[in-house]
Each structure stands twice: as C-alpha cells, then as structure tokens.
Write a protein that binds this ligand. Structure first.
Ligand code: SAM
Length: 226
C-alpha cells in the first residue's frame, strides 16, 4: 500500500455494519488512530484485528498531527476511525486531513455508516436538499440558531444527546410548531426506535424521564406538507 491515511467508517451500533474493505484496511495499515482505545478495541477484537492503536481525539488532534505526518512521510500507512460512524462528521480529523493534503500526502476514504445519512434516508422527508447542523450550540447562540433554522427551506438534520433531547423538542415546539419532525433513537441497535409527528405530539410521546440513547432529529423543510 502507498503511504497515506485511510479515513475508515465503522459501525454506529451494529458491529456487522462494516465493509469487507474496511476490515482489510484496518488489518493492513501500520497503525490506527481512534478516539477512545477502549471503544475501538471492542470492534477490533470482534474482527481479530491486531494493530497498533493510537489515541487521537479532539483534545490531542493538534498536538499529535505533526508526529502522524512524520510517520506517513517516512512511508507508513495509517487508518483514522472514530468511536462510531464516519470520521470527521461531528468527530475529530479535519485538521489532520487538511495538513496531510497540504503536504501532498495521500488521503483515501472507506465509506460506511453515518447516523445523519441513515436517519435522513428512512425519515420519509425530502432528501433532495438538506442541511446538516450536527449538535446545536449548548448555550450561547442556541436560540439564535433555532430562530434561523425556523426559516430553513431545506430538510434539517441534527444530532442531540440524551441530556438535551426533551429540551430540543420543547424548543422545536416553540420555534417551528408546524414542521414534521422525525426522532430516531439508537439506530441499528437493539432498542432502535422512531417517533414521527409535530413537535407538540412528540413532547407528549417520548417518555418524559430516563429517555436514554443517541438521537438524530430530521425536520421537514418550511412549508412542506406530507
Ligand atoms: N461520526 C458519527 C457519524 O458518522 O454519525 C457521529 C459522531 S457524533 C460525536 C455522535 C452523535 O451521532 C450522537 O450523539 C448521535 O446524535 C449521533 N449518533 C451516532 N450513532 C447513533 C445511533 N446509533 N443512533 C442515533 N444517533 C446516533
């Protein structure tokens, strides 16, 4: 293999959701960058991948980038994975990839799972034009962003954590009460669940306490009706 970085998508829950090529690459590279070595070890063990794992997360990305570039320049191959899904999508790696490209080093993508695209593809809401906002700001700027999104004419895809899902539904009820919303929880996992309806209906339907898991929210474009 030519020296360079492989950006490898890994499962978002179900360990079977990984491509043959992804497994092959993870077995063949000289080392693997991952966010949390404990989480990625489970995946690697499942596929009998015995390889050097290097921790690489939002906090260490800046500090570790030059060392990784040196290793690749010296002829090594490397794979970047995240805790789940496609690296760099609400996950670290953009800075590293930018630096590699600036240094004319090879970057290859190995496609696979992504929670936003999966949720969008099964939401039944127009997919021809959409905006991915990832996580909304937690505090400062959150209300401003919601106000802006209330005028959005494309489908909106958001990520939200367990801690703020109820808050988000209440905010959607306030800022865009007439928009169809689909909430996907724990995609590809045992407790996968979907709720669909206007924000007011959903605030009543989602269990009001101990609602746990990972969430993707898909919101219909302004003015769209089923
Ligand atoms: N890089 C990942 C991807 O490709 O989807 C996203 C990483 S981001 C740090 C984590 C967020 O993605 C979660 O908080 C949740 O909003 C969403 N997510 C990841 N896996 C999910 C799943 N199985 N079901 C629902 N949402 C998920």
């Amino acid at each position: 293999m030519e020296p360079g970085l492989f950006v490898v998508a890994t499962p978002i829950g179900n360990l079977n959701d990984i491509s043959f090529r992804a497994v092959e690459i993870l077995k063949s590279v000289d080392f693997i960058l991952c966010e949390d070595t404990r989480i990625s070890s489970r995946l690697l063990k499942h596929y009998s991948i015995k390889n050097e794992l290097v921790s690489f997360n939002a906090k260490s990305e800046e500090r570790k980038t030059s060392k990784i570039i040196e290793r690749i320049k010296s002829g090594e191959t490397c794979a970047l994975i995240s805790d789940a899904g496609t690296p760099t999508i609400s996950d670290p790696g953009v800075r590293l990839i930018n630096q590699l490209l600036k240094n004319k080093l090879k970057v290859t993508g190995i496609p696979g799972p992504n929670a936003a695209i999966l949720a969008l593809s099964i939401s039944g809401i127009p997919t021809d034009s959409f905006v991915f906002e990832g996580f909304l700001p937690q505090k400062k700027g959150r209300q401003k962003k919601l106000k802006e999104l209330s005028q959005e004419k494309r489908t909106i895809v958001l990520y939200e954590s367990t801690y703020r899902i109820e808050k988000l539904l209440n905010e959607l009820n306030e800022y865009m009460p007439e928009r169809l919303v689909v909430v996907h929880r724990e995609l590809t996992k045992i407790y996968e669940e979907t709720w669909r309806g206007l924000p007011k209906k959903l605030t009543g339907e989602l269990p009001d306490k101990n609602i746990k898991g990972e969430f993707v929210i898909v919101i219909a474009p302004k003015g769209w009706t089923e």
